[in-house]
Design a protein around this ligand. Sequence first.
Ligand SMILES: [Cu+2]
Length: 166
Amino acid sequence: MRSSILAAALLASAALLPLSARAHDAAVSVTDVWARASAGAADTGAVYATVTDTGHADTLTGASTPVAAMAELHETINANGVMQMRAVPELKLEPGKPVTFAPGGYHIMLMGLKHPLKAGDSFPITLTFEHAPPVTVQATVKPIGAAAPGGMQGMPGMNHMQGTKP
Ligand SMILES: [Cu+2]
């Protein structure tokens, strides 16, 4: 009798193992990915997205895209009324808590664009994480004046980089 209980316990623990398999521990979904059209000869751009950790706690560590020499995580901050951007080396992700990259906040800064980003185009961008495998998604290019879904303000800090042409 004792041994059958032990056997049952062993079976139960064995059955639990697949549930904690590594495959589901680290996973991140990246949705609503878009970029602003670049202006004139500007060789910078910004990509916005919603990043949701669907597994265990993870960290967004970087991004890359074939359309730019470099992609960096940036944050727009209001420093005494002046909108400024600063690089964010990494971004902690909490399970089930979507992080929104949107004008006026977090964005993926593209530097050294290899060609202008035109409204209607799309291009791949890859996000990398500490634990989850890299996620490659297509970013859709929207017109320069495009605001975040929900009508958030534009990104004053970037206007000087995008010029004033229509
Ligand atoms: Cu930036």
